[in-house]
Write a protein that binds this ligand. Sequence first.
Ligand SMILES: Cc1ncc(COP(=O)(O)O)c(C=O)c1O
Length: 502
Amino acid sequence: MVAAPKPPAATPASGEQLLERIAADFIGLNTTYRVATGEVTRRVYLDSTASTLMMGAAYRTVASFLEHYANTHSLMHNSARLATGAYDWAHQRVLSFVGADPERYTCFFTGSGTTGGINRLARIYHQLRPDRDTVLVSIMEHHSNDLPHRKHIGRVIHLPVAMDQAGMGAVDLEALERLLVQEKGRINYVAVTGVSNVTGIINPVRAVARLAHEHDALVLVDGAQMVAHVPVQVSGHDDPLEDIDALVFSGHKTYVPGSPGVVVARKDHLAQVEPDEVGGGMVDRVFTESYTVTPHFPEREEAGTPNIPGAIGLAAALEVLDRVGMDYLLAEETKLIGYALQALEEIPDVTIYGTTDTGHCPRAASISFNVEGLPHSLVAGVLNDYHNIAVRNECFCAHPYVIEMIPDQAADYLAMTDDQLAAACLPKPGMVRASFGLYNNTADVDALAEALRDIIAKGAEYQALYKLGDDLEYHHQTFTFQPEEHFSIPDLVTEALSGDGP
Ligand SMILES: Cc1ncc(COP(=O)(O)O)c(C=O)c1O
């Protein structure tokens, strides 16, 4: 018999082709809502910094895994074997994605986002270096990379950011070095965000690590806004001082809602501290009087049944991002951010926060702004209610940073007590934030710019339609979004039970 000719080998798709395919394969890109005019229009999602949409490949991987679902921690039946193997693979995938040497680093999943991981590390570092009661954080930090250090370590010093002619930039390295010298012996670690969740400014993490390590401080990087947007290398730098000690990020900001928080940390540090959380899965032997903790990672750090489908979905998303190439993704996102900055800068009444000199100070993911004379909450409300553009407003859990950028707006807020503020019924200080994921494109930016021009042109008209509510946000006086028109759990359950479902 003559062997059938082999089909020609498929040419591997280029990063560009893959990105095009993947960008169109997110759940929620065609979601529609009824807006204040009564029309039903397509939502433009510009809130990825809070949570990204779900990547199709990750969704389907999880759906396929659920056919085999079983708990991990057993190898005695096929499904448990498969689940244990896939869950283990997810850990390895995270380590390779962030360039962490698996001999020296472990990855463990914890909580539902970055916050759980940072709290855990703060408690660990407190026990690891009990004499060091100080953490240096930048003024740019999300509260999740500030308050855990205040609570678990004790003393937090906020580093300023460097300024250029166009505004506030990345963390000030000279100030960092000065403080490292001044506070020598007290600094447990330096905790910085890789990318600001307000301005999108990218911090020079390698330089921060080098300085911190030269002064015997550890380095924790909040990767919540970094991992899905910027290539990350935890270890293996030519200069080992540039390696970082711990990285934390959120799966729900990395294209997999419902996936866990992720910690990548040095095994030698973790091994010196009794695990913070105890229970099943992290012990070798348990007696009524005592127990022995397993020396194995990551089991040691993952007490109880983990979020197995979430971790597997996240691993699938990281695999996709790696296949496209993070350098390529960052280059594409840089173009989109540049396009958006220019589009917003061309609107005379819009003020963008943070330096817009991206050649000098690169950005990713987020752009925050205000419109002259219009409250941020009104702008966000009209963008949603009339233009179906989802943005976020206020201080984005980064109050000290935001308030430093809007001193005029925040003056009353800072001067008043909580009671005085409540009595005064003043709108809260803040900004509007548009943020981007790999499914966004220039058409989304154009829609935002066009909507802002409309809001500016009809500012008084819109203002008359809205009223400041008890929650100190502006609400439309006659139009109310009806969630149940679009999504209702009881209705879906009824449909599923009626036999009309799949
Ligand atoms: C920079 C940064 N760090 C930490 C967090 C907290 O992340 P999570 O809500 O996943 O715990 C966020 C959330 O927006 C963030 O943007």
